[in-house]
Design a protein around this ligand. Structure first.
Ligand code: 1GP
Length: 251
């Protein structure tokens, strides 16, 4: 990977093995609460904080959460944008993501054309990423008007992911949707891993150490968890998942 400071931080960490990102929704954990969740997540071994949610987060809400995260931890605070409105210069970077299998051109490229000048003037580092919704896709799949990749079509996912890499995107993100009853199938992760060389991010429905182990064994480079810390705080379940990531780094 080339790019700015956050991309280099990630590339450096990825040399040592897979990494974990904690997704915090500033609507559910505003301001100092976001800072407290970030602090326990990073103490448990998480490598970066994503800030986002699927409902409208104001610039103010996003900015306050980013400030609180930066006061509490020394890992990047990265915006997981729900639209151009949720950008703030107070974060370190933004996932500059195209939803590859959306029927809505806004999510493929039009919102990006609108947001790019703001990203530039805010000095936010854009992290170029192809975002692929896998069934069930949950709310983000609905709001994003996605045609989710069926769970028995690893070939289709591999085609999209390879196209993203050929288009120059620096990462591919396989998303089952927040709260999904099951994470992205390991077969899909394996098929994508077999064809792409860019880092592979996997999220949605990761609830257990077993889920994490299967996804890591299939070739995921980054695991993202959101709901688990939101619902139960940074407890045993969270620690077990991050423990799997840390364990894979040790091998
Ligand atoms: C990030 O949407 C996920 O990719 C988060 O999913 O809330 O199910 O962990 P969970």
């Amino acid at each position: 990977m080339t790019g700015g400071r956050v991309e280099r931080y990630l590339a450096d960490r990825l040399v040592g093995g897979p990494v974990h990102f904690t997704l915090i929704d500033p609507d559910k954990s505003p301001g100092d609460r976001a800072g407290a969740v970030a602090r326990s997540a990073v103490a448990a071994g998480s490598h970066a904080i994503l800030l986002g949610g699927s409902t409208g987060i104001s610039e103010q809400g996003m900015g306050d959460a980013a400030d609180a995260v930066k006061r509490n931890v020394d890992v990047p605070a990265i915006i997981f944008p729900e639209g151009p409105r949720s950008l703030t210069p107070r974060a370190d970077a933004v996932l500059f993501m195209s939803m590859l299998n959306s029927r809505n051109l806004d999510l493929v490229i039009r919102a990006h054309a609108q947001a790019a000048p703001a990203v530039r003037s805010m000095g936010l580092e854009p992290l170029s990423l192809g975002y692929l919704i896998v069934a069930p896709g949950m709310r983000v799949g609905e709001v994003g008007a996605a045609d989710p990749i069926p769970r028995d079509r690893p070939d289709l996912a591999a085609g999209y992911a390879l196209a993203a890499e050929y288009l120059g995107m620096h990462m591919v993100y396989l998303e089952a949707g927040s709260g999904a009853p099951e994470p992205v199938p390991a077969e899909i992760v394996r098929a994508v891993r077999a064809v792409v060389s860019v880092p592979l991010v996997v999220g949605g429905g990761i609830r257990t150490a077993g889920d994490a182990r299967r996804l890591l064994a299939a070739g995921a480079n980054v695991l993202v968890t959101g709901s688990i810390a939101e619902e139960q705080g940074v407890g045993d379940r969270f620690r077990e998942i991050v423990g799997e990531v840390q364990g894979a780094r040790g091998r």
